[in-house]
Design a protein around this ligand. Sequence first.
Ligand code: SF4
Length: 637
Amino acid sequence: MARAVEDALQNRNHLVVEAGTGVGKSLAYLIPLIKHSIETGARILVSTHTINLQEQLIEKDIPLASKLFDKDLRVVLAKGRGNYLCLRRLTMTMQRTDGLFSTKKDVDALWAIADWSKDTADGSLADFHGFPSMEVWWQVSSDQYHCSGSSCAFFHRCFYMKARKSLATADLIVTNHALFVTHLKLVEEGSPFFPEIGAAVLDEAHSLEDVASEHLGLNVTKAGLERILNGLFNEKTKRGILAAAGLAGAEKAVSGARSKLDEFFDEVERWHDSHDEDRRLAGTNFNGGEISSAFSGLAAVIAGAVPQFKGSDVEADIEGYGRRATDAAAAIGVFSTTDRDPGHVYWVEKDGRGNCALRGAPVRVGPILKNLLWNDIKPVVLTSATLAVGKDKSFKFIRDRLGLDEAGELLLGSTFDFKRQVSLCIEQDMPDPREAAYIPALADMIRKYVLLSKGSAFVLFTSYRHLDETYEILRDFLNENNFPSFKQGGELSRSRMLDNFRETPGSVLFGTASFWQGVDVPGIALTNVIITRLPFSVPTTPLALARKEDIEDRGGNYFMEYAIPEAALRFKQGFGRLIRRKDDAGMVVVLDSRIMTQRYGRIFLESIPECNLQIVKSGGGDETEPPKRPRKNRRSI
Ligand code: SF4
C-alpha cells in the first residue's frame, strides 16, 4: 500500500485502496505522504469520518511515522469555526448577561465558559470540560457572520485566528470529511477554508457520499431562524442587540417576522403530518413569501442602521445579523417556489422532539466532487476497510457514486486468519424478515446464540421498530439469565452504551445503524456479532427515493446497481465489528435466510473474508449441523 501511495503521489494519480483491519493502512499512507511533503514542500491533508481516527492519527500514528524522518513536521488538527470561542462575542454577551438568557442554567453556563476562557489552551470545545448549552455556545462561538476580523480588539488573542494561522504554515493537516466538504464548497465561492493542498488522503472513504450529500445541501429549521430573531430582540427578556443598540423601532420588525415564522412552520408541519409515504417537495412549495419578505425587511432595517454604529462595539454584530437575515430570506425562498435545482431533492423532516426542518441535498454528489475535488486536488487517495463488493471485489460502486473516473486500484486482504478466528453461522430456516413469524423466530435465535457465547454480543438491527419489538420479547430472558443489556434509543448515548458494554463482561448490546460501523471493541468483551437482517436501506427516505429514481431514469437497475452493493458494504462493516486484533475470535451469526435463498445472497458472502462457514438447519427442531462454540482466545482469557 505504501508503494502504491508513493506511486500515486509521484504520478499525481488518484488511488483507491481497500485494506482490511490490521493491515496498518494509516502508516502505509502516512509514511509516503510525509516523505513526499518533505521532498516537495507540498502541504498534505488527511481527512477521516470519525473523531476516534483523528485522535489516533494525531496521538499515535503521525508521531510514529514521523520518527523515520529527520525533519520536524508541523501537524495541525483542523476543526470547524463553530468549535472556537470568540472572545469579542463572549465579552459582549457578558455585558448583556442580565436578561439575554432566560434560565439560571444558561447564565451559569456562560460564567463557566468565561472562567474556562482564561486558561484554555486553544479555546476549542474539545478543551472544555463537558459540553456547554448550545443556546449559550451559539452566542459566544466564532462564526463568519459576527467576526470583525483584523479590526477586532481581540484579533491578536483570537483562538480561531491562531488556528487559521497555524493552517497556513502546516505541513500536514488532519481534519474531518464534513469540514473538508465544506472547504470544497467554499473554494467554489472563492473563500477556501484550507490553504493550498498538494495531496489528500480520505480515510473511512465509504462514508464520503453521505457526508457530501449532507454538507452540500440545505437545512432550514425554525430553531435556527428563531435564534436570529432572539439575538436581535428577545421578547421574553426584552433584550438583544437591537435593544442594546437603542434601535427600538426595529423591534417591531422582529415581532412581525416572529409571528410569520410561526405561521410558516405551522404550515410546514401540517404538510409533513399529512404526508406519510413520501415527504419530498417535488411540486410543492410553501407560502413563504411573507416570512421571506419579513427577513429581507429586517435586513434592510439593519443595513440602514449600520452607518450609525461605524466603529462601535456592536458594528460587527449588527452587520452579522443583517447578513444572517438576508441568507435566511434566500433559504426560505428556495422552499417558497417549485422552481428549484433539478439536481437536488428537497423535503421536510421532523426530529425526535417534533421540530420540523426543511432540507435539500444533491441527488448525485459524483458530478459535484468531479468538479470540486478530483479535478482540483491531485492526487487523492481514498481508503477504507470496506470499499469493494462481490466475488471480483469491484470498486465500481464506490467510484460511480463518487464520480471518480480515473484512479488506480489496490485491494489488500487482511492480516487476520478469518478461517481460524471466525465461525460464520447462517440460520437457513429463518422466516423471511417481511413475514410476521420473523420477529418471534428472531427472538428465539438471539436467545440461542447469546446463551452459546455467554453474552458478549452485539445484536445489530436495521430498524428501531424491530429492535424494540425483539428487545421486549427478550427482556425477561436477559434479566433471568443475568445478561446485562444496553439498548439503543434509550437514555444512554451511543458512546456511553459502548463504554458500559466494554466494562461489563457478558453483556449484550442491541443497536441499529451507527453500531454497524466505526465501533472498535477488541478482546473478549465482544465474541458474538448477530446480524438480524441484511442491511438493505429501504428507499423510503427522500434522499434514497431520489437516488432510486435518478438511477431508473438513466435506464439503470436500482436494486442491482445500488441497493445490493450498498447493503453488501454495510454487511461487511457489521461483520468487521468482530475481529479487531490478531488474537480475537468468535462468531458472526446471520439470521436473515435470504443470504442463502436469494441469488443476490452470494454477493454478501463473497464480499466478506473467507471464514469457517456453518449453515445451520433448525427446521423441525433438528439441527443437522449444530453450530460449534467459537474458539475462545486463550491468550486473552
Ligand atoms: S477576530 Fe473574529 S472570531 Fe476572533 S475574537 Fe474577534 S470577532 Fe471573534
